[in-house]
Write a protein that binds this ligand. Structure first.
Ligand code: SP5
Ligand code: ZN
Length: 342
């Protein structure tokens, strides 16, 4: 399997995020991609390539142009206003307030285009995020060329980013961008399977009214877990997309036995949809050792996860999402990929 990886991921290296009432070092950090890359090298997995630049056009197929312009310019505006320190939003709209008027000030627009205080914008955010999207797009190109699978080692991740918002460590929705590129390249139907611990609220929002794209997600129940306001089982899509969104929330403490049964439900739904291609949002934060998550998967369970995904029987593009147990992340991610191939 070909792996796409860009060194430019390093340009996203935030100082801190708000967690448990404190500003703490960012969990989403360059060491995450390094450990995965190193593990793949150590086991001689596939061939690692730099992605091809794909420009703005495929990003504009998924994201709002005003949002893309904001992301591209936010750091420059912020640094002029406040100096060289990570940009974090201060406040958000609540019911009864109004978001008709896009704020002029950079602080106002950070709040306008985001949903959390865990996702700093830095000098290199735009370049890192576009390099991750390019990895996903290059992976999609391989699938279109006939490969059975590809892995986009994206960093920063993408599944929390919507058409016009960032958050949850995500700026550009790499999986949705790849799925759209596959559709534009001739696939009639695509499915996105999201196995990250957190609900992929951005992917759901992007695909919400789409009948040509199925979104299936296994994640911690939003009654307990971030992002809290998305991911319930009764969210099934709208319009042409009604019925093409399947959320499978699971309780804190979920282990492989319960996870495997639910993954089987997901697999059956995907097969029934009969897509031409599968995009997997691959987060390994379901691991028992993850510092911010509360599922209990073991490293060997990720081999089984890969085998179960292979059993769906579709050309498959894996797109890296979360996973914060840095010491074990390489093994866990490599296990999914080797479990898929074996
Ligand atoms: C891509 C992805 O996995 N994004 C996840 C973003 C989660 N951000 C909020 C994390 C809050 C964690 N708080 C738990 C603290 C345990 N003491
Ligand atoms: Zn996650």
């Amino acid at each position: 399997m070909i792996v796409f990886y860009s060194e430019e991921h390093r340009l996203q290296s935030g100082r801190s995020e708000l967690n448990d009432g404190q500003l703490v070092p960012c969990y989403e950090k360059p060491a995450r991609a390094d450990i995965v890359r190193n593990r793949l090298d150590a086991i001689g997995f596939g061939s690692v390539r730099a992605p091809e630049p794909h420009g703005l056009t495929p990003l504009e197929r998924v994201h709002d142009v005003g949002y893309l312009a904001f992301l591209q310019n936010a750091w420059g505006e912020w640094v002029q206003e406040h100096g060289d320190w990570d940009a974090l939003p201060l406040n958000w709209v609540a019911p009864g307030m109004h978001r008709r008027v896009v704020p002029r000030s950079i602080d106002g627009r950070l709040g306008y285009y985001s949903f959390d205080a865990g996702t700093p914008i830095t000098a290199g955010t735009w370049r890192a995020a576009t390099s991750a999207a390019d990895s996903a797009l290059s992976g999609a190109d391989r699938i279109r060329a006939g490969d059975r699978s590809a892995f986009a080692l994206c960093r920063p991740p993408g599944h929390h980013a919507g058409k016009a918002f960032y958050g949850g460590y995500c700026f550009l929705n790499n999986a949705a961008i790849a799925a759209q590129s596959l559709r534009d390249g001739g696939a009639a139907r695509v499915a996105v399977l999201d196995v990250d611990y957190h609900h992929g609220n951005g992917t759901q929002e992007i695909l919400w009214e789409r009948g040509d794209a199925l979104f299936v997600s296994l994640h911690a129940d939003p009654v307990d877990e971030f992002p809290y306001f998305s991911g319930h089982a009764d969210e099934t899509g709208a319009g042409a997309g009604e019925g093409a969104n399947l959320n499978l929330p699971l309780p804190w403490g979920t282990d492989w036995a319960a996870y495997a049964e639910t993954l089987d439900v997901a697999a059956r739904r995907i097969r029934a949809f009969a897509p031409d291609v599968l995009v997997v949002s691959l987060g390994a934060d379901t691991y028992g050792g993850d510092p911010i998550s509360r599922f209990r998967l073991l490293s060997e369970d990720f081999l089984r996860m890969g085998a179960a995904i292979a059993g769906i029987g579709l050309p498959t593009l894996f797109v890296m999402e979360g996973g914060y147990a840095v010491d074990d992340l390489g093994v866990n991610v490599a296990n999914v990929l080797t479990g898929f191939e074996d």
